[in-house]
Design a binder for this molecule. Sequence first.
Ligand SMILES: [Zn+2]
Length: 125
Amino acid sequence: MCRGGRRKPLRTVRKKEDPQRKQNRELARQRITRRVEYFAPLVGVTYNRIFIKEQKTRWGSCSSLGNLNFNWKLILLNEELLDYVVVHELAHRKQMNHSPTFWAEVERVLPDYRERRRRLKECRV
Ligand SMILES: [Zn+2]
């Protein structure tokens, strides 16, 4: 459970996609898409498609094709943490690594990214 989260965590996921989960993913798609649209010009990148997934171990990822993958559970976190993951993945459109150049890119858009990153590490996926 995430200490920084405003919302209560949902119950453990079931195997079959139930209406509640579908609704969560749809809500996640809307919220995450909105933040990606907001931050992409600030980072100065374009992207291909946004996928909402249920990854077991990660909040997000970025493919070499420019597709952005996000864990729907991001919507259970504070918006600042969601924004950090969005900016992190968008910055990978410029740097497909975690080099100092990459982090400088993240910092340019989110000067307090270190604090957000630290808080996110306390959150279980
Ligand atoms: Zn990364």
